[in-house]
Design a protein around this ligand. Structure first.
Ligand SMILES: *Cc1c(COP(=O)(O)O)cnc(C)c1O
Length: 389
């Protein structure tokens, strides 16, 4: 590990230059790599060295991207995926067997919830859920079959916060693997490994790319666990494309400045909405009104770019607000340069039953705002005009 600062590493940690001495990293669009002779090929396949063989296994661009995330999160190793969901699925599939048990926060990303409820039970992998705001529920759920403790913080879409240090201690006490989806925070804001996480997952599609261009995912953490995930993935094929890896690696060069500005804008928008007559409730980690404000301050450098708001008047009012926006986009992404507003109950979390939605903190009038990098006054004006309509 280098002793340079986060921003410097994000820019200067790049692959070795080719004979052309390019300044910026080139793109290696190649499916496979050649060998001088049979002996060199044998050695590569016997894993005596780290040579690139085939881009489903590794590629210089995916390695550069992964290395940056490994360094940013303070991890030992990592592997990059085509999407965040490929990273989530491959992590569980590589590490769990039939009969194993997961203890997870109830409020997790919609597709992750669908994996737990619809697909993993087909392989006798069961999941028990705790309320993210009531960590006392965790220990009673742990059984001898429990292997993984899983959570997101802040959560999607409720922006709830859980004490990562507490999760780390529970995982250690019960010999569980602690896996954290750190997508909403990014490693610039929060590094779960410091608090005891064994693995950290990201949808790189969100703030890591940050410009709404490419999909990607990554898992970083303990080398022996990443090795299992790598071997599973090398044989099942969810690898990140070199092109997307190249885009993502360039994106990470500006992660720090982008996230700083996203968070600055989000705090201003959140503070503005807190006193708005048409808003019932605002949840933002760095507003002192957030129920876990103290924990957020302890484990996060900044509050992130996601705000959860409850529009007065429930479902109807929430939908009217979305329809009245002129600049902010209605889109299924988040962490983009463009501010995006969504209505989780009718979109990302519509596959959950009404009871499951409420248990996950998704009320009918909940609106999620992913604050972008437009001028904050323009963001506030658009939101205000849509609310007052
Ligand atoms: C978007 C997202 C995912 C899934 O990532 P994709 O790149 O869309 O597959 C997983 N977890 C969280 C918290 C997300 O926001």
């Amino acid at each position: 590990m280098s002793d340079k600062n986060f921003e410097t590493e994000a820019i200067r940690n790049q692959m070795e230059r080719s004979q052309f001495q390019e300044h910026s990293t080139p793109l290696y669009l190649t499916s496979s790599f050649v060998f001088e002779d049979a002996e060199e090929m044998r050695a590569a396949f016997s894993e005596e060295n780290e040579r690139n063989i085939y881009s489903r296994f590794s590629n210089p661009n995916t390695t550069e991207f992964t290395d940056k995330v490994v360094q940013m999160e303070g991890a030992e190793a990592g592997y990059a995926f085509a999407t965040g969901m490929a990273a989530v699925f491959s992590t569980f599939a590589a590490l769990l067997s039939s009969g194993d048990h997961i203890v997870s926060a109830r409020s997790v990303f919609g597709s992750t919830h669908t994996l737990f409820t619809k697909y993993f039970p087909k392989w006798q992998i069961e999941t028990s859920y705790f309320d993210i705001n009531n960590p006392d529920e965790i220990e009673p759920l742990i059984t001898p079959a429990t292997k993984i403790l899983y959570a997101e913080s802040p959560t999607n879409p409720g922006v709830d916060i859980i004490d990562l240090e507490l999760l780390g201690n529970i995982a250690k006490k019960h010999h569980l693997l602690l896996v954290i989806d750190n997508c909403f925070a990014t490693p610039y804001i929060q590094q779960p490994i410091k608090f005891g996480a064994d693995l950290v997952i990201h949808s790189a599609t969100k703030l890591m790319d940050g410009q709404g261009r490419v999909l990607g995912g990554v898992v970083v953490g303990k080398a022996e666990l990443v090795r299992e995930i790598y071997l599973f993935s090398r044989n099942t094929g969810p690898a990140l494309s070199p092109f997307n890896a190249w885009v993502l690696s360039k994106s990470l060069e500006t992660l720090a400045v982008r996230v700083e500005k996203h968070c600055e804008n989000a705090l201003k928008v959140a503070a503005y909405l807190e006193s708005h007559p048409k808003i019932e409730k605002v949840k933002y980690p760095f507003l002192s009104s957030h129920p876990q404000y103290e924990i957020a301050k302890k484990q996060m450098k900044l509050g992130g770019n996601i705000i959860a708001v409850e529009v007065k008047g429930g479902l109807e009012a929430g939908r009217n607000f979305l329809n009245a926006l002129k600049m902010c986009s209605l889109s299924a992404n988040l962490g983009d340069t463009r501010t995006i507003v969504t209505h989780p109950a009718s979109t990302t979390h519509s596959k959950l039953s009404a009871e499951e939605q409420l248990a996950a903190g998704i009320t009918p009038g909940l609106v999620r705002i992913s604050v972008g990098l437009e001028h904050v006054e323009d963001i506030i004006q658009d939101i205000d005009e849509a609310l007052m309509r």
